[in-house]
Design a protein around this ligand. Structure first.
Ligand SMILES: [Zn+2]
Length: 209
């Protein structure tokens, strides 16, 4: 599996470009910004983007989605519980002092137990509310890899003080769903360095019982 992680935009959101070496089909997760850089990676690997998946509707994760859709023709996928946040992109832009990306349209909703596919690559959708109501993680069982959005970070968890956030819900999402994954699972958080489920189970201060 081809997997390139590109920190994009002023908040350095980890955008994942995941492709299959044989079919060249790919998915892009969280194209928050810097679409020209993302397209350069796609071209370098000669990939055909089939899905644009958004882990949650914060501007740093979704801001470049329409540009990427225009360039690739791929549909944009988001959990429906984040549609209200998606309508607040102008306000979100004002919070962090950046230009609004304009309106973003969703092509398909994704929820718990849905599968997102590109060629033979399959990701299972885990609905993990808490950072936002519609936050999802994407689990690639064959590769033992989790794209965690802003639900889990190395040594920390997503903030819950923004609209739609809930500390109780993120803790229950983490314990009931994320920590149910095997220790070897490599975690790609929405920002910052990679980690593993085992490492976080062991040492993340927010996950100790
Ligand atoms: Zn976020």
């Amino acid at each position: 599996m081809i997997h390139e992680i590109l920190p994009v935009g002023p908040l350095q959101c980890n955008c994942s470009i995941i492709g299959d070496e044989t079919s060249r089909e790919a998915m892009v997760i969280d194209p928050g910004d810097d679409i020209a850089d993302i397209l350069a990676v796609i071209q370098k690997h000669n990939l055909n983007v089939k899905q644009i998946v958004i882990t949650h509707a914060h501007i740093d994760h979704v801001g470049g989605a329409m540009k990427l859709r225009a360039a690739t023709g791929a549909p944009i996928l988001l959990n429906q519980n984040d549609l209200a946040l998606l309508k607040m992109l102008d306000l979100q832009a004002a919070w962090i002092g950046m230009a609004s990306p304009g309106k973003v349209d969703i092509d398909h909703g994704i929820g718990e137990l849905d599968k997102v596919q590109a060629g033979p690559l399959v990701a299972q959708v885990m609905h993990t509310p808490g950072h936002t109501e519609g936050s999802v993680c994407l689990y690639f069982p064959a590769q033992q890899k989790l794209i965690a959005g802003d639900t889990l970070f190395a040594g920390s968890i997503g903030r819950t003080d923004l609209p739609g956030g809930s500390f109780e819900k993120i803790i229950s999402s983490l314990h009931e769903k994320v920590l149910a994954l095997p220790d070897e699972t490599v975690v790609v958080p929405g920002h910052g360095p990679l980690t593993t489920i085992g490492e976080e189970r062991e040492s993340n201060p927010f996950l100790q019982k």
